[in-house]
Design a binder for this molecule. Structure first.
Ligand code: IMP
Ligand code: MG
Length: 209
């Protein structure tokens, strides 16, 4: 079982005023739930755990866009740092895939996948809620018979809607709330926010499509 940092259901988070948040989002957010620095610290450790387990395998790192792009880039930077500062190193190539299933704050049951032309052994993802997106992607990847597939997700949501799917590596387990920031979006907004925050109800209306 993957270990993770648990954010409790009654986690109060941090006041917005204590952090730097873009002016245009100031009235849309409730609390900072995971500050950017903590994301980075946890990601650094995930990189170490992954490299320990990967042995000498060549890694094809597959980024699940758009929400996974920040996590992917930062995770790969830490993996690169390990690769260039230790006696053991593994070649790393990258690929990108785009999936879309959400409208407003709800899953639409329809997972669209675009792109990706190589097999993956490591897949970097933003958040697993029901697990449906990842299960769809995994069944697509299995058609290419990869040697090994490992899934890394920064966040996993504790929710009764979960299918029970768990990634191989997990950054944080988070409460059942809609989270934005660090590339996680609400109808494409809030990717340009460094910290992971809870969206307020007023903002859900404001950015609704
Ligand atoms: P799943 O298929 O239900 O596991 O949902 C995973 C996908 O839904 C993620 O890749 C996100 O795009 C989106 N998603 C689920 N929960 C959140 C959230 O709290 N904030 C932003 N996007 C979310
Ligand atoms: Mg999204």
């Amino acid at each position: 079982m993957a270990s993770y940092l648990q954010i409790a259901d009654d986690e109060k988070g941090h006041e917005l005023d204590l952090f730097c948040v873009p002016r245009h989002y100031e009235n849309d957010l409730d609390k900072v739930i995971i500050p950017h620095g903590l994301i980075m610290d946890r990601t650094e450790r995930l990189a170490r755990d992954i490299m320990r387990d990967m042995g000498g395998h060549h890694i094809v790192a597959l980024c699940v866009l758009k929400g996974g792009y920040k996590f992917f880039a930062d995770l790969l930077d830490y993996i690169k740092a390990l690769n260039q500062n230790s006696d053991k190193s593994v070649p790393l190539t990258v690929d990108f895939i785009r999936v879309k299933s959400y409208c407003n704050d709800k899953s639409t049951n329809n997972v669209k996948v675009i792109g990706g032309d190589e097999l993956s052994s490591l897949s970097g993802k933003d958040i697993v809620e029901t697990g449906r997106t990842m299960q769809t992607l995994l069944s697509l990847l299995s058609e290419c018979n990869p040697k090994m597939v490992k899934v890394v997700s920064l966040l996993v949501k504790r929710t009764p809607r979960s299918s029970g799917y768990r990634p191989d590596y997990i950054g944080f387990e988070v409460p059942d709330a809609f989270l934005v920031g660090y590339a996680l979006d609400y109808n494409e907004y809030f990717r340009d926010l460094s910290h992971i925050c809870i969206l307020n109800d007023q903002a859900k209306e404001k950015y609704k499509v």
